[in-house]
Design a protein around this ligand. Sequence first.
Ligand SMILES: Cc1ncc(COP(=O)(O)O)c(C=O)c1O
Length: 375
Amino acid sequence: MTVVEKINQVPFVDLKSQYDSIASEINNAISNVIHSTAFILGRDVSLLEEEFAAYCEVEHAVGLDSGTSALEMILRAYEIGPGDEVITAANTFIATALAVTYTGATPVLVDIDPMTYNMDVTCMERAITERTKAVIPVHLYGQPADMDPILDVAQRHNLIVVEDACQAHGARYKGRRVGSIGHAAAFSFYPAKNLGAYGDGGMVVTGDGEIAETIKILRDVGQKEKYVHALKGYNHRLDNLQAAILRVKLEYLDEWNAARRQHAQLYNELLAGSQAVAPEVPDYAEAVWHLYVVRVGERDAIRGKLWDNDGIGTGIHYPIPIHLQPAYRELGGKPGDFPITERYAERILSLPMFPELTPEMIAYVVERLNSLLPA
Ligand SMILES: Cc1ncc(COP(=O)(O)O)c(C=O)c1O
């Protein structure tokens, strides 16, 4: 059997091989929680909050039940609501916009920078009105948005900056951890994320103690003291079981991110001269490669062939920009509104990316991809 035949199955992500590598630690952590019966806001939640805050180099962290809730709770804590506008990128996961909508505010979408796929700061500034209260830069694919110009514009217009770091655990911008740069940041622990739970989970990090305190109250049905409800809060608590799992996995995050970085470098080297356009990382960024996204023509046909003929799993992040989603018809978006986002949505292809990938797998993916592209 040739090497290529042996690896003739490269999944898009492989959560099982990661679990296998740390199974006994994970099983212990789960068993300890079950034996303690501390399922709701137990010790692991508060320890994870401390550990994740330290990891992100911020003062406060609050565990939530998802990244979506984390975004929403930040906006609510800053009292953003009906009549307000919040600017974000048109090419993000829909949850970024949904969190804005849940508060009663209106998401205002803008186009992206063609190199980084992140919010174009010139477009952002043009979108500001007297109703604009906040801006949500998304560190998409694990690549930090260019925060300095964003912060500069935000400061001049008195806007709250909420980092959507749901895809970027551990990334750095000019040496600073993402999540430590804006007023507050949201992380997702969806299983396939760089730091993923075994179910849903999320976290807010912030340097603002008052905001952290408000979010702690909001996430727990508005109570600070049992059955005394200061606010009309929500049930958005992080599960203690998930927190215990995440505490084990946090210890490995840097190692796993380093592996992703190596994989990205090998993809870049092997894709040199290919018709597939490889991602570029600006000097200011240390990306963590949640996704490795190339651009190709005939994307859908290529994607189908990679799976059907070669057993290679791929993804599209995301095929339909927010302004063209049926759920956001109310925004009145139409084709042509955000040309770069729309052009990219037809061409982007996320290649397999997870820490346990091997160089052979990457070589196989690139070889098969190139075989489907014009020379
Ligand atoms: C950019 C972005 N924002 C928000 C979210 C929402 O996170 P969750 O799925 O944990 O609610 C995700 C992840 O799914 C995401 O990728």
